[in-house]
Design a protein around this ligand. Structure first.
Ligand code: AMP
Length: 328
């Protein structure tokens, strides 16, 4: 995750909650991508906020259930191999490939010439983040699938150009949180997002119980009672979103939640949803606050994680450098 602004319920249900489960299936590394975070906002005015936000994401990883003794947690800036490999990949990737990246077009907006070069080559750094560990599986949201495809193309071209057929694997996307796309509490057709102007549109992982309950109480709904079947949810994005959140937080199938609240009014359902959200998020946010009260301890976790990550990345980078022809 990028350390920019505050984390919200969408980040938890759509990403973190699922990542935590991956630890039981395969060895994992969890990175806070501070180098990606400076592609849009850079300068002294942002430096302090970047440090704060990096610690907050690390605290969320730990409080959400990532176990740093099993899975290294680190910030990208402490593992120089990411940047080293990204440079080599910049020379492997073709301009034509980069010009097709839709996220750059969205993020740079109308004034492409004013965007940083870093924003343009962001997907190349992402390829390096993955392949510097020869990672095989990457949990990504739908919006990152194109970047992962680029990572596969870069891996294949490197292997081909240097005659090392199996050097880099083809990383597979693991689309996490099946269906858990959390939408804004103010507009069910928009994703819950940290960039939304209205703080009432999202539940932040730093919100306390009162703020959570209040935001759910104010969440936009429609005038009808809750539906009895999933077909009746059509055209009711706000009702669908709140039911999805309930299902994801309670680890239930959405159909079961629809049956549970069929025909009830929103105020009853919102009370149940607020109680559930506070019960599930409360322990996580409390643990985050406890961790953030001791930044030096978080920094120690990040340093130890970076050390473990480098132990994997350094031998791979040594081979890359030899393959490219650098004297090491
Ligand atoms: P971001 O910092 O917005 O790039 O998001 C970090 C992670 O959270 C990514 O894996 C996103 O796919 C996920 N994420 C962000 N917003 C949402 C949302 N509203 N619903 C579900 N997942 C989300």
């Amino acid at each position: 995750m990028q350390p920019t602004n505050t984390l919200h319920l969408g980040n938890y249900l759509g990403a973190l909650k699922n990542w935590v489960k991956m630890q039981d299936q395969m060895p994992c590394l969890f990175c806070v991508v501070d180098m990606h975070a400076i592609t849009q906002d850079v300068g002294y005015a942002h430096a302090e906020e970047l440090t704060r936000s990096t610690r907050e994401v690390a605290a969320a990883y730990i409080a959400g259930g990532v176990d740093p003794t099993r899975s290294p947690i680190f910030n990208q800036g402490q593992v120089p191999e990411h940047g080293e490999l990204a440079w080599i990949f910049n020379c492997v990737a073709r301009l034509g490939w980069m010009d097709r990246m839709t996220q750059f077009k969205e993020k740079s907006g109308k004034h492409k010439e004013r965007a940083s070069v870093g924003l343009y080559t962001y997907p190349v750094l992402m390829a390096a983040d993955i392949l510097v560990y020869r990672a095989t599986h990457v949990p990504v949201g739908e919006d990152q699938k194109q970047h992962l495809e680029l990572a596969r193309d870069i891996a294949a071209k490197f292997n081909n150009d240097f005659g090392v057929p199996d050097f880099f694997p083809q990383p597979e996307p693991v689309i996490t949180g099946t269906g858990t796309r959390v939408m804004s509490l103010r507009d069910g057709s928009k994703k819950m997002s940290k960039s939304d102007e209205s703080d009432n549109s999202r539940i932040n992982l730093t919100d306390d119980a009162d703020a959570i309950a209040d935001k759910i109480r104010r969440a936009k709904t429609d005038p009808h009672p809750l539906p009895g079947t999933k077909e009746e949810l059509a055209g009711r994005p706000e009702a669908e979103n709140l039911l999805n959140i309930y299902a994801a937080l309670s680890d239930q199938d959405r159909d079961a939640v629809i049956i549970q609240f069929a025909g009830q009014n929103f105020s009853t359902f919102k009370t149940a949803l607020a109680d559930l959200t506070v019960a599930k998020l409360g322990p996580i946010t409390a643990e985050m606050r406890r961790l953030l009260a001791d930044p030096a301890e978080i920094d120690r976790v990040l340093k130890a994680g970076a050390h473990k990550a480098r132990a994997i990345a350094t031998p791979i980078m040594d081979e890359v450098k030899k393959t490219v022809g650098f004297i090491t």
